[in-house]
Design a protein. Structure first.
Length: 254
């Protein structure tokens, strides 16, 4: 991916969908931040150096697609869909790996029901170590970020309101999105998740895709105020998008 290539503006964020209500600019190749540049310049993915051939990767893994692959319901099983190298938002497709079998990887994708894994051929992806993991406790309304197992940051979040509870389960970061509109209802930025909201409230037209995103109404952080997404304060969101790579696992529990 070209380090400076700009992708077209896309619409989406929190409860993201292909047809959403927010114009954002996705910069999947921008892995640097300049002093004073603001939230528009954000690290979207940070890939580790190639591992020593004699030292296998351990810990949370991501699978960056090297070519289009067929997603299957089991190793060698029924074809579910073709996955391209890039997401619908233009970033490289990095899938969280939740299982391995000889020649196959079990991965999470928003094309399957929440927490359900599909299978892709291992030779179609590059395995990446995921140093960051995100752990959401809905009862505490808190997101804990761990780096290589150690707590790196604790973040207060708003969660789904009554009738639109935030789903629990295992998810992963699929895209980093940065807004270009002052006063955007989604704040400076968002981390799109592999999950979907099954509890759509009547009248909601923003789609069903889940995300962790900012908000101009920071007084709502720590309350039940969303349609299923997680809201965080601007400083916390900017910290997240500057560090958390694509494919990072996210666990949400009640």
């Amino acid at each position: 991916m070209a380090g400076r290539r700009r992708t077209p503006a896309v619409a989406a964020v929190a409860l993201l969908a292909a047809a959403a209500v927010l114009a954002v600019t996705l910069r999947p190749g921008d892995d640097t931040r300049r002093a004073g540049s603001g939230p528009a310049r954000t690290q979207v993915e940070r890939l580790p150096p190639p591992p020593d051939a004699d030292r296998p990767l351990h810990g949370p893994l991501g699978a960056r697609l090297l070519r289009p692959v067929v997603l299957r319901d089991r190793p060698g099983g029924r074809m579910l869909r073709l996955l391209g190298r890039r997401t619908e938002f233009g970033s490289k497709r990095v899938l969280a790996v939740v299982g391995q079998r000889s020649g196959w990887l079990a991965v999470l994708t928003h094309h399957l029901p929440n927490s359900r894994a599909g299978w892709i051929p291992a030779d179609g992806a590059q395995l990446l170590f995921e140093p960051y993991t995100l752990h959401v406790d809905l009862s505490a309304r808190r997101l804990v970020v761990r780096h290589r197992g150690r707590v790196a940051r604790r973040i207060a979040v708003a969660i789904g309101r009554r009738g639109a509870a935030t789903p629990t389960g295992r998810f992963a970061i699929t895209d980093t999105l940065v807004t270009r509109r002052a006063g955007s209802p989604y704040g400076c930025c968002a981390l799109a998740l592999s999950g979907r909201q099954p509890n759509i409230v009547q009248g909601w037209t923003g789609g069903d895709r889940l995300a962790i995103h900012g908000t101009p109404a920071e007084h709502t952080v720590g309350t039940r105020a969303t349609s299923g997404c997680l809201r965080a304060r601007r400083a916390d969101m900017r910290w997240l998008v500057a560090r958390v790579p694509l494919g990072a696992p996210v666990r949400i529990r009640a």
